[in-house]
Design a protein around this ligand. Structure first.
Ligand SMILES: Nc1ncnc2c1ncn2[C@@H]1O[C@H](COP(=O)(O)OP(=O)(O)OP(=O)(O)O)[C@@H](O)[C@H]1O
Ligand code: SF4
Ligand SMILES: [Mg+2]
Length: 351
């Protein structure tokens, strides 16, 4: 696939200093298929950037590569190719990272329980990574008390064990543990998905407050479009390992351009006659997602796209900036300016 050499994802409403730049990152997994080993393309030539103090939301159906990308960012997976620039410095995507990069990027996972040692108290869990980093004992005590207060955990919970806490409280412990290392960037992979709606809202508010207080930058992954809309400054939409559209959250929700984004956001009446699907963000149909072991030629979305034409099978679309900071990879949007689907395809209305 050809990609633009410039990173298209460049501006946000809050700041213009990128903390994280992902440049042309790919990841393939070797997968056994009968007697053969084949290559599964989980992340394919992804370029994104996230400005300091802002939140990049990443959205897409299950299996589109969100977690793989998250794990590459924090160094839990090596990349097959590509570069990552963190806080102005290139960091390794294929080997061991230096300590500062490890400390300054933290990750919070979906399941608040499995990330915690059931035999460690809350304060021990939060202190553990600080001990590993060799932080002095009195500084550990100070930081543990501070982050517990910051995430809204009463100090008398310090000696409790995870099973004595609710799901929301356990996720607060995970957030506190990430915060204790004083990171610049936190990658949150479905971090509120396992929580009840009311608890989700509390944790999202907490994350916003912490972002303000600490100047944190977030990469926030979710399949829940309501959560993504609430938390994100910018959004990247992924399909079968690729970013198909990215832009300011308001632009994507008000003017989704890529046919997949429109399908995902259920905003084309003829693709989505049932308006109620907006409340059920997982209700995406228009056919099966192809296997990443054998993605379609050209545009990977073409087997589900109502607008597919000959060129879509033979040529992969490149990212085109259709308006300031809003990029889309689709042949309906040729380089040189935005074109409306309504204009291109009379009879198809767009909200
Ligand atoms: N360790 C692995 N070995 C082989 N294939 C993998 C591995 N990890 C992920 N994959 C495959 O890579 C693709 C992307 O997976 P990934 O977990 O990143 O998707 P996701 O968008 O996070 O999905 P979900 O929303 O279900 O969490 C999937 O096809 C998955 O089966
Ligand atoms: S490139 Fe073609 S198949 Fe892909 S989304 Fe655009 S119109 Fe559809
Ligand atoms: Mg995932």
């Amino acid at each position: 696939m050809t990609i633009t050499t410039e990173n298209p994802d460049v501006s946000t409403p809050k700041s213009r200093h990128p903390v994280l730049e992902i440049l042309d990152v790919s990841k393939s997994f070797p997968v056994r298929d009968g007697f053969k080993t084949r290559s599964l393309s989980a992340v394919d030539h992804v370029s994104l950037s996230v400005d300091e103090g802002t939140t990049l939301g990443i959205v897409g159906e299950s299996g589109c590569g969100k977690s793989t990308l998250a794990r590459i960012i924090v160094g839990l997976h090596t990349a097959s190719n590509g570069e990552i620039i963190f806080d102005g410095k290139q960091i390794s995507t294929t080997g061991k990272r230096d300590r500062a990069a490890v400390e300054q990027m933290q990750m919070v996972f979906q399941d608040p329980s499995s990330a915690l040692n059931p035999r460690a108290t809350i304060s021990e869990s939060i202190a553990f990574p600080l001990r590993v980093q060799g932080v002095a004992a009195d500084e550990i005590d100070r930081r543990v008390a501070k982050v517990m207060a910051d995430v809204g955990l009463p100090s008398n919970y310090a000696g409790n064990y995870p099973h004595q806490l609710s799901g929301g409280q356990r996720q607060r412990v995970n957030i506190a543990r990430a915060l204790a290392l004083q990171p610049k960037l936190i990658v949150l992979d479905e971090a509120v998905s396992a929580l009840d709606k009311s608890i989700q809202a509390q944790v999202l508010n907490l994350l916003e407050d912490l972002q303000e207080e600490y100047g944190l930058t977030y990469v926030f992954i979710s399949h829940d479009l309501n959560v993504i809309e609430y938390i994100s400054d910018r959004i990247a939409v992924m399909y079968l390992g690729q970013v198909v559209e990215s832009g300011a959250a308001s632009d994507l929700y008000e003017h989704p351009l890529h046919p997949y984004t429109q399908l995902l956001f259920s905003s084309i009446p003829n693709l989505d006659p049932d308006e109620s699907r907006r409340d059920d963000p997982e209700a995406v149909d228009a056919g099966e997602i192809p296997s990443p072991l054998n993605p379609p030629s050209g545009c990977r979305f073409r087997t589900r796209c109502s607008f597919a034409h000959d060129r879509c099978a033979s040529e992969a679309p490149v990212q085109v900036e259709v308006s300031s900071g809003h990029t889309v990879a689709c042949h309906l949007y040729p380089e040189g300016g935005a074109r409306d689907l309504v204009e291109l395809l009379p009879g198809v209305s767009q909200q």
